[in-house]
Design a protein around this ligand. Sequence first.
Ligand code: ADP
Length: 461
Amino acid sequence: MSVALDKIDSKNPANFELLGSVIASSPDDIKKAVLAAKSAQPSWQALGVTGRIKELQKLFTYLSQQHEQYAQLETKEMGRPIQGSRSSIDWALNQFKWNLENAAVFLSPETSFEDATQVHKIHYEPYGVAGVITPWNFPLSNFVMGALQLLIAGNTVVYKISEEVPLFGKAIDEAWQKAGLPQGVFNQVYGAGDIGELLARSDINVLHFTGSSSTGKKLYMIAAEKFIPAILELGGSDAGIVFEDADIDKIIEPIFWAKFINAGQICCGLKRLFVQEKRFDEVVGKLSKFISEKKFGDPNDENTTIGPMVSEKQRKLLVGQVEDAKDKGAKVVLGGTTPNTLNGAYFEPTLLTGINPGMRAYYEELFGPVLPITPFHTEEEAIKLANDTPYGLSAYIYTNDSKRFERVAQKLEAGSISHNGLDYSHPANPFGGYKGSGIGKTCGKIGLQQACRIKVIALAK
Ligand code: ADP
């Protein structure tokens, strides 16, 4: 990515070739987009939830028809291996479908109390105009998780996608137009953080942000000054805990995917692995072997599992974290370098041991294909290590003892907990973190209801 004053270039991270450009939005464009959203909002709200779902069904149909094109674009623009891009589009469409099928029930007025003389109902109303700012790592899912529930709830949206994936932003915009949805309900603006900040400061009524914790904190302050709600889906440094009773041969593959999906560039990825001492060498050895057998390289190759990172900027950040760990005594068990045979933002899948609290790799989020592995002795120690982070998005526990699983799950400070590699991201579940990983939830019934202002109407009979 590079941002000139008037355009944003999109580059393929696998070879740094220019893919295309989009015109960057100006401060005036943001004002116009917010005004358009404001004037379209009353008629969007007036459609009612079933009317809005009918409209959004057209978008879903259009997006589904473009499945392969979007997967190819995701691979080109952010380097995800093509098989992974297809799964990521599937995941987004699955979330979309669930919302179309279930939102009407969850957003209908609900009787909270009733007797012979009165009936009280909870009503879910839109805020008005939502500003939605998203990152680059799952371009369609980020749109679905950031904007869809707000739209279904009757809000109109001004949307800013990351400057790393402007062509995907264009594709979403085009989908809205081509599917024939109403003008002004969804409005895209393009640019980097400065444009995001202008959007956050504009005349919006609710802010949704998905991205880094540092940006999330800045935006939370802007929302506070404006006194509007902010839903913040931020970073994570999720722990994985392997207890000695776990079936190691069964959990190596789920650990691999929890960490190395999308070259480790996922907020809720497994970012720190803790293994009970007795099985430590076995896990490190088996995981190294498993990773070594996976294809690393060209994301267009159908057999590739780990491709490049999204950009040189992200790769350099990761290199700095790994070098810091090495300088302070960490051991590189696997990988650890940038291969000179590949001319892109590549970093080899890497395992580190010998991590200590003085290292950036201990306390910072590692947003790339690098996994630190640390031994522990007791359950208490594992819980303490897992919780020793400013983040709290999710956590992964590997044990065949279900009582232990439940006990540990209760004590971990995280918004979602997985047992033996189970995928907790069913669309019915809310998603969002504890501590520095965010505020508020998206997805599921709770996400839909958080996209709304809640009104109680008490009626005398
Ligand atoms: P990431 O590391 O995922 O790129 P960022 O928080 O930097 O995380 O970016 C996520 C989104 O937030 C992108 O769309 C980016 O342009 C936007 N952004 C970055 N800085 C700001 C800011 N200060 N105010 C508003 N939006 C921002």
